[in-house]
Design a protein around this ligand. Structure first.
Ligand code: NI
Length: 390
């Protein structure tokens, strides 16, 4: 298969990505972005639905021929980061930035929307182009699934992609099975009894208790889960006390918990609480403990991932279709993949030191050559995935 993307489409994808980059919007506030998506899809002739999970937009294209219903997804939100890049299209909004590449995702899916409509005679089944709000921590994917984007029309397979500064520009990285970790949160308040710092024996010191817990909780990963299974418990925030010589009443802790296996994930809440309870019992403190289930493990279907590999190899050659490394990052496309088979894959966007900065960094930027690769993959999936698996 060859998928030639016309130059005017590519120019439009670059221009759209730069425009979105200059006008970043945070989770569930993507009104300008959604309006652009809606206008473009309507102009192309898609059946458009708006206001799903606040700002989400769907573009539906029925070929009228037999085939699966396939969903292609792009996330739309930016991050609360002050951009440090000195680009002509740098963020015009103080404190907000497309530092993860979601601007590119929207632009690529809009480019693919145009090519797929131009080639609609070649289509089978039904395409659902899904522009999703709030991937960054707010679970827009869960909201869209809850509002029925997989049910009407009934979606048979779902695909999503992410730009990645970890791979060279133009490389497609896929993985069968778990690819991204689950991400959950813990919220803890340790309650002691405050008093004078010179008389610790008269109170119950929540700071000391928190110290015991923070050190001991690493035993969950090192002693309680299999050494062959990855897991992470990170305490990212600790707040307590006001000055040198006062023992406070309480300390609050916030943390993140990651896993790659559903059983490991399921065991985490109780394992962590056991350590917390033991630390508190040893000093006489009490605690409040909340385990917040956030993003599930992103598990790719073997067959659908095989299609991603097959298309990437066919389009770009074996050297540009690689098995990706698992990452402890998380992705809310997992909510789609919990419900329907599909695959979430990466498009390399690193073209040198400037474009190899980590995602969510204030100097993150992409090699725009990756945009063509992404559009080609989306078009190839749009043409081919509805014909498979039935
Ligand atoms: Ni992202």
């Amino acid at each position: 298969m060859t998928i030639a993307i016309p130059q005017d489409v590519l120019d439009d994808v670059v221009a759209t990505r730069r425009d979105l980059h200059a006008h970043p919007e945070l989770a569930f506030e993507e009104t300008r972005t959604a309006a652009i998506v809606e206008a473009r899809l309507r102009a192309l002739g898609y059946d458009v639905r708006t206001g799903i999970a606040k700002t989400g937009v769907l573009g539906i294209l029925r070929s009228g021929k037999p085939g699966r219903t396939v969903l292609l997804r792009a996330d739309m939100d930016a991050l609360p980061i002050e951009e440090q890049n000195d680009l002509p299209f740098r963020s015009t909004v103080p404190g907000k930035m497309h530092a993860c590449g979601h601007d590119a995702h929207v632009a690529m899916l809009l480019g693919a929307a145009r090519v797929l409509m131009e080639r609609r005679d070649e289509l089978a089944g039904t395409l659902v182009l899904c522009f999703q709000p709030a991937e960054e921590g707010k679970g827009g994917g869960r909201e869209m699934v809850n509002e029925g984007v997989l049910d009407d029309p009934n979606v048979d397979a779902a695909f999503g992609l992410h730009i990645s500064s970890n791979y060279p520009a133009g490389v497609v990285a896929w993985r069968r099975g778990p690819f991204f970790a689950s991400s959950d949160s813990i919220e803890i308040t340790i309650r002691g009894r405050g008093g004078h710092g010179a008389s610790p024996h008269e109170g119950v010191d929540p700071i000391f208790t928190a110290g015991q817990f923070i050190t001991s909780v690493q035993q969950v990963v090192s002693r309680n889960i299999s050494p062959l299974e990855p897991g992470v418990v990170t305490i990212g925030a600790i707040h307590g006390g006001t000055t040198h010589n006062v023992i406070p009443d309480t300390v609050t802790l916030l943390g993140t918990v990651r896993a790659f296996d559903a059983e490991v994930r399921a065991a985490m809440p109780e394992r962590i609480e056991r350590v917390l309870a033991a630390a508190c019992a040893s000093t006489g403190a009490t605690y409040d403990y909340t385990y917040v289930w956030r993003y599930p493990i992103t598990v790719n279907d073997g067959e659908q991932t095989g299609l991603v590999d097959e298309l990437a190899r066919g389009l770009f050659g074996v050297e540009r279709s690689v098995e990706g490394e698992r990452t402890m990052g998380a992705e809310d496309f997992s909510f789609f993949l919990e419900r329907v088979p599909g695959s979430y894959f990466l498009i390399g966007a690193a073209g040198g030191p400037e474009t190899s900065k980590p995602h969510h960094n204030a100097a993150f930027t992409i090699d725009e050559r990756a945009l063509e690769t992404g559009v080609q993959m989306l078009v190839a999936l749009g043409l081919e995935a509805p014909r498979r698996g039935r």
